[in-house]
Design a protein around this ligand. Structure first.
Ligand code: DX5
Ligand code: ZN
Length: 225
């Protein structure tokens, strides 16, 4: 069974926003596969972060694909703005999408990869009917809104379930996890079938970005082999 490669996606939420372009360039040079960008609206989640102009500035600072995680209500209204700003992959929370199949189609029609995101308390069944219509599924392993929270291990059963559906129906599906990922947790997620790993605090708190990215990648590869 050939599954997608391991991807390490540093979350810029944990970076120094005062030196954002420098931080993005540094993790890109250090071996990041994707740059994970957290967009929060202060409604769907309690925190408020950035919008399209900052996404556009991040895009100018790197050649790596931008993995844009929309934690916003009614995402269908602003998806075109995020794709125009340079999002290569767009994640929408299923909790915000009554017409999930349509919204994933909208992202693909705009030329980006479509990702459906599940909060910790949302069951895997919420994406069962869109496995073929998504390029990526993101499982939240913390309640979204803030970096630096503790990993919720109960979400790993969802990873196993979704990976099993994908093996049958869409083997190229990227299965991503976000929240509390670091050296202590990445192996469990990789063993459960996750291939793409968002890490904020675990990467940006280190001085040597290349060393931590390499260690995370090796640990994930070891756990899934
Ligand atoms: C949380 C965000 C995450 C966050 C992860 O709402 O979606 O991407 O930056 O941070 P860490 O890796 O510190 O848990
Ligand atoms: Zn995120």
């Amino acid at each position: 069974m050939s599954r997608p490669p391991i991807r390490i996606a540093p979350s810029i939420l944990a970076s120094d926003f005062g030196r954002l372009a420098e931080e993005v360039a540094a993790v890109s040079d250090a071996g990041a596969d994707w740059i994970h960008v957290d967009v929060m609206d202060g409604h769907f989640v309690p925190n408020l972060t950035i919008g399209p102009p900052v996404v556009e500035a991040v895009r100018r600072a790197t050649e790596r694909p931008l993995d844009v995680h929309l934690m916003i209500e009614a995402p269908e209204r602003s998806i075109p703005d995020y794709v125009a700003a340079g999002a290569a992959r767009v994640g929408v929370h299923v909790e915000t999408c009554p017409h999930l199949h349509r919204t994933l189609g909208q992202i693909r029609e705009l030329g980006a990869r479509a990702c459906a995101v599940l909060n910790p308390a949302t069951p895997a069944s919420a994406v069962e009917t869109v496995i073929e219509d998504a390029d990526q599924i993101l499982i939240m392993s913390v309640n979204p809104g803030f970096g630096g929270q503790s990993f919720i291990p109960q979400v790993l059963d969802k990873a196993r379930q979704i990976r099993a559906w994908a093996d049958q129906r869409n083997p190229e599906l990227e299965l991503e996890i976000d929240g509390g990922i670091g050296m202590a947790t990445i192996a469990q997620a990789a063993a459960a079938g996750v291939n793409a790993f968002v890490a904020g605090t675990a990467i940006f708190r280190e001085d040597d970005y290349a060393a931590i990215i390499e260690s995370l990648r090796k640990e994930a590869e070891r756990a899934r082999s």
